[in-house]
Design a protein around this ligand. Structure first.
Ligand code: UDP
Length: 470
């Protein structure tokens, strides 16, 4: 269920000029899409960046009077095992090492055929359908045959293609090339060579300043939430926040926390990485870097947080990756182990999950995103928006997001634990520097990461697709 969201709330954040532009945009969108439906199709309703964004953007479109709908494919474990392997390949990694051959095509196509029937029950000729990521690519043919305009939006990205990514793209090509009207990537480097440049757009994701994930929270509320869920031992207090539908919510669940000893007091600086439990996010690497290079004299602690592992439907490796983190955590010397906690944030109430993440990001002294590959780090945009300095790997879209030595530190080699640890220490040791980076990050996020810019780019794509009338 998509909640309609009034985009003119943005006025308080973006100022009158951008608000006027947004007004004209809404008018144009209504005219352009009169009588049409805009479908977005992805593979999970919760967890990860795509679901996060769809909730918000589609809410704004609906408020603008556009019939924007969201469908989530239904699939079983064998399908997600194949698509996870595919996802890992596209990120240049062999994943579980299994093949992507005829048997995998078969599994993939069977699920796509079944979902094609469901989609065909809703989509009509002339509708615009945005398919997200490899999990939905196989629907393009069916949609095209229905007379829909088909856009494929890839959220994955690898700077330099390698043998594994080539295998991944070869798997997908036959499902996309003959049927897709337009492609959208996060960065021009991410598109394979067979994608025609004149039918390809580059769009950055955006964040919503008013969602539970990013809304303002007072220091007292942040402390109350983190104390309630068990991450920090501070003052117990009011955990009320505003739900996505505008009604009041209260944080009532607890996090699953793996830790030894009591929670840190609120004064202890926290280094925080929040990600799905995905190997590409290198949570284990963050832990190793922290253990080796951030010494106990600094008092800082590390929080590695992700969703409860059963919650993200399209991410079958989550449990195994959390296990790896837990194993590595158990191996740490006791003195280090007591400064590292692994946190699983409950997902049964997405607003509650989001506001817990929000509180953790606001409380962080440093947010890290030590990904080995990354299309675009929403967590980085979220941290920047909250004025928190970041330390991140110089990979994929992150390179364009973080201004090195201005809004954070970029680590050239994602496997360089020493460089990562040193950058974290510089920010922990120099609160003025951390503050300056945070402020600069907030300015950048306001200028480039908000929904008005994002909607404008999408409208541009839709205009192009309809004009071309493929
Ligand atoms: N996230 C969340 N709860 C969690 C872990 C992550 O809401 O327990 C969110 C996080 O705040 C961000 C998104 O999931 O909005 C992750 O997006 P990102 O682009 O960083 O990575 P992706 O998951 O898309 O690879």
């Amino acid at each position: 269920m998509i909640q309609s969201r009034d985009p003119f709330r943005f006025a308080s954040v973006i100022g009158p000029e951008r608000t006027d532009a947004l007004l004209s945009l809404a008018e144009e969108a209504r005219l352009l899409l009169a009588g049409k439906c805009v479908f977005n199709i992805n593979s999970t309703a919760a967890g990860g960046g795509v679901a996060e964004m769809l909730h918000v953007l589609l809410g704004y479109l609906r408020h603008m009077g556009i019939d924007a709908r969201w469908l989530v494919i239904e699939a079983d474990a064998p399908f997600f095992a194949v698509t996870k392997r595919l996802h890992n390949h596209l990120y240049g990694d062999p994943g579980d090492g299994g093949p992507l051959g005829p048997a995998e095509h078969d599994v993939y196509e069977r699920t796509m055929a079944a979902n094609g029937h469901d989609v065909a029950a809703s989509a009509r000729a002339g509708d615009v359908v945005v398919l997200h990521d490899p999990q939905t690519a196989g629907l393009a043919q069916r949609l095209k045959s229905l007379g829909c305009y088909v856009v494929w939006r890839s959220h994955v990205g690898l700077d330099e293609q390698n043998e594994h990514s080539a295998v991944g793209w070869e798997f997908l090509r036959q499902y996309l090339e003959p049927f897709v009207d337009h492609y959208v990537f996060t960065d021009a480097r991410f598109s394979p060579s067979w994608v025609p440049e004149d039918r390809c757009s580059i769009i950055w994701p955006s964040i919503d300043p008013f969602s539970p994930k990013n809304q303002e929270l007072s220091d007292v509320t942040v402390e109350a939430i983190l104390t309630h869920v068990g991450i920090v031992s501070g003052r117990v207090g009011d955990t009320t926040y505003e739900r996505i539908d505008g009604s009041p919510g209260r944080v009532e669940s607890y996090c699953d926390v793996i830790r030894t000893g009591p929670p840190p007091t609120p004064e202890i600086p926290l280094v925080v990485q929040i990600s799905r439990w995905d190997r590409m996010k290198d949570m284990v690497g963050v832990m190793s870097a922290f253990a080796s290079y951030v010494d106990s004299g600094r008092e800082a602690q590390l929080v590695l947080a992700g969703p409860v592992v059963t919650a993200v439907a399209d991410d079958p490796e989550g449990g195994a990756v959390l296990q790896e983190c837990w194993r590595r955590w158990r191996e740490l010397p006791h003195a280090v182990r007591r400064r590292v906690q692994l946190v699983c944030v409950p997902m049964h109430d997405l607003d509650e999950n989001a506001v817990i993440v929000n509180a953790l990001q606001r409380h962080a002294a440093v947010v890290s995103q030590k990904s080995l590959a990354e299309g675009f780090g929403l967590t980085i945009a979220e941290a920047m928006f909250k004025g928190v300095p970041v330390v991140a790997s110089a990979v994929g879209g992150i390179v364009d997001q973080v201004i090195d030595s201005t809004t954070g530190f970029l680590i050239d080699d994602p496997s360089d634990l020493s460089a990562f640890g040193t950058a974290v220490c510089r920010l922990l040791d120099d609160p003025d520097l951390a503050h300056r980076f945070g402020e600069a990050g907030r300015g950048e996020a306001l200028a480039t990461h908000l929904g008005d810019t994002h909607l404008e780019r999408w409208l541009g794509v839709i205009r192009e697709v309809l004009d071309a009338g493929h």
